[in-house]
Design a protein. Structure first.
Length: 250
């Protein structure tokens, strides 16, 4: 089932090998029933629940609990509610992996969640074995999407490509004039924000300091009128022309 739904594989016995280290896991769930169900499913695995929190309720966290290496975020609420949870988790523990779980995912939510820091997505309807495999691969650095979401992405890409071939230049949407305010370096950094890269990652790729990246990000937010990185990524996706989406180079 795991291979059919997620396009990934385990060993010949259906087990993940070489994975025994304990992983402190935190649940961020607006649905108490979902939180209880996940806690039950993870019992006896290496993903022991160190923290359980609810939306807007920080009092439920144990201040002496181990630092989470993995967050499982309930993405069944509104997109804004989901993104708020993800951004809060990333601020508290930037190096932690994040898996979003919901009954289904639309393309808009996937894009926003990736920009905010989500590593993988898991359907709430999958079996316990599939859930554990998604978590295992995520902590190993893999990014997982359900096949249904991949199919939707491919269909969307095909549709956009077809429209691009049939549209005349005059019919294409005009980008926001604020694009002209961005310097070439700011455009490159904004492209990286669209991919959800952290400041230190961008700094390493451009061979400049992280503090310089922070200055550039503040300048970008001011120039385009965005309140945060997520809004900036959304704006860039709508307004940066293909020619302006420059590759990250030193």
């Amino acid at each position: 089932m795991f291979g059919d739904e997620y396009g990934c594989a385990t060993n010949s016995n259906g087990q993940t090998v070489g994975l025994s280290q304990h992983v402190a896991t935190a649940l961020l769930c607006g649905n108490a029933l979902l939180g209880a169900g996940l806690t039950h499913l993870l019992a006896g695995t290496r993903f022991s629940v160190a923290e359980r929190g609810r939306i807007g309720d920080s009092s439920s966290f144990d201040p002496v609990a181990p630092t989470p290496a993995l967050y499982i975020v309930d993405a069944s609420g509104s997109p804004q509610q989901t993104i708020t949870l993800i951004e809060a988790a990333k601020r508290q523990h930037p190096s932690a992996h994040i898996v979003a779980i919901a009954d289904s995912f639309d393309l808009n939510l996937i894009q926003l969640a990736v920009s905010a820091g989500v590593d993988s997505f898991c359907l709430a309807t999958v079996s316990r074995e599939v859930l554990i495999n998604v978590l295992e691969l995520t902590v190993l650095g893999e990014q997982i999407l359900p096949r249904s979401a991949v199919d939707s992405l491919l269909t969307h890409a095909s549709t956009v490509s077809g429209l691009g071939r049939t549209s005349l230049p005059s019919e294409q949407s005009t980008p926001d004039p604020k694009v002209t305010k961005l310097s070439p370096r700011e455009t490159v950094i904004l492209q990286s924000l669209m991919g959800g890269d952290a400041n230190k990652v961008i700094a390493r790729r451009l061979d400049i300091t992280e503090s310089t990246i922070k200055v550039h990000v503040k300048s970008i937010l001011r120039k385009i009128g965005a309140a945060n990185r997520t809004q900036a990524a959304m704006w860039a996706n709508e307004n940066l022309r293909v020619a302006e989406k420059r590759p990250l180079v030193n």
